[in-house]
Design a protein around this ligand. Structure first.
Ligand SMILES: [Zn+2]
Length: 296
């Protein structure tokens, strides 16, 4: 989400800091290392962007291009060409609208009624209740939009929050990498294994087939902390994904083709400070013998 994200200036300064100490590698190099069991070059880093936001294409991509830094863009396939809004994006827009209604003294009774109808434990805290709505309940968000004068169609047409297929083609032509990030950005751990595998595999396969990619890759939406080995078996049975990326920071994954990442997009923390903190944390984990991320 764009909230609390870094400005292009902050991003460029982070990138300069990384380039001072580390060497960027492409996804093909990483794939070659993983699939052929080679050692990943020392001090290598790889930048990834999730959710396929237009702002990233417009603001971050030119900086990456200018500095010659490769990057991967993980895309939710349902929102390419602004055909839909991801459910958490809808939640954020509803919260914004609720706050603006509160500010201007407009009635929120209709929104309250929708929430009461769908949530037996609703206690009157609209913002909290909206942020708790899961992907599976996302029709509630659509009902809320209609009583709060919000139109997703109008928003998509006016704001165009996501990249178009043509922009994705352009990224590929410029040498960037593309991968899947599920179809709809659901909380995978709240779905049945079959649904979770389908959301995952379909997105990676769609990106590979549509953009003519030599191998498939995927990044977990939200977190992969509750993703079980059974899920990886399901993906393998569906046809497999060559490289997967989780969010367990510096830990090593028990799954052989899964790598972990850390989130560098907090506008309040500079990259060098954050990396130092992560390395200190890693050192503590090493002492505790907890550098491997295991799954049940
Ligand atoms: Zn995401």
């Amino acid at each position: 989400m764009p909230y609390g994200s870094k400005t292009p200036k902050q991003f460029e300064s982070d990138l300069d800091h990384l380039l001072k100490h580390l060497n960027p590698i492409g996804l093909d190099t990483l794939y070659d290392c993983i699939s052929n069991k080679k050692v990943i070059p020392e001090n290598a880093f790889i930048i990834t962007f999730d959710d396929g936001l237009r702002q990233v294409y417009e603001n971050a991509m030119p900086i990456l291009l200018r500095k010659g830094v490769p990057a991967i863009f993980f895309i939710n396939t349902s929102v390419i060409d602004n055909q839909d809004l991801l459910f958490r994006y809808k939640s954020s827009l509803i919260v914004e609208q609720v706050l603006s209604f509160q500010k201007s003294g407009k009635s929120l009774d209709a929104a309250m009624a929708v929430l009461k109808q769908n949530n037996a434990t609703f206690d009157g805290n609209i913002v909290f209740a909206v942020m708790k709505i899961s992907y599976k309940q996302s029709t509630i968000l659509d009902s809320l939009a209609s009583v709060l004068d919000l139109s997703w169609v109008d928003y998509l047409a006016k704001e165009k929050p996501y990249m178009t297929g043509a922009q994705l083609q352009d990224l590929k032509a410029k040498g960037f990498y593309l991968g899947g990030h599920t179809v709809h950005h659901p909380e995978l751990w709240k779905l049945s294994n079959e649904e979770a595998v389908s959301e995952t595999y379909r997105s990676a396969k769609f990106m590979m087939d549509t953009y003519g990619l030599p191998f498939s890759s995927f990044a977990f939406p939200f977190t992969d902390v509750q993703i079980k080995n059974q899920f990886f078996e399901g993906v393998q049975q569906a046809g497999g994904i060559d490289l997967m990326f989780g969010s367990q920071k510096l830990k090593k994954d028990i799954q052989p083709n899964t790598l972990q990442r850390f989130d560098g997009d907090n506008s309040l923390i500079e990259m060098d400070v954050y990396i130092k903190a992560l390395l200190a944390f890693q050192w503590v984990n090493k002492l505790r013998g907890k550098t491997i991320f295991t799954r049940s």
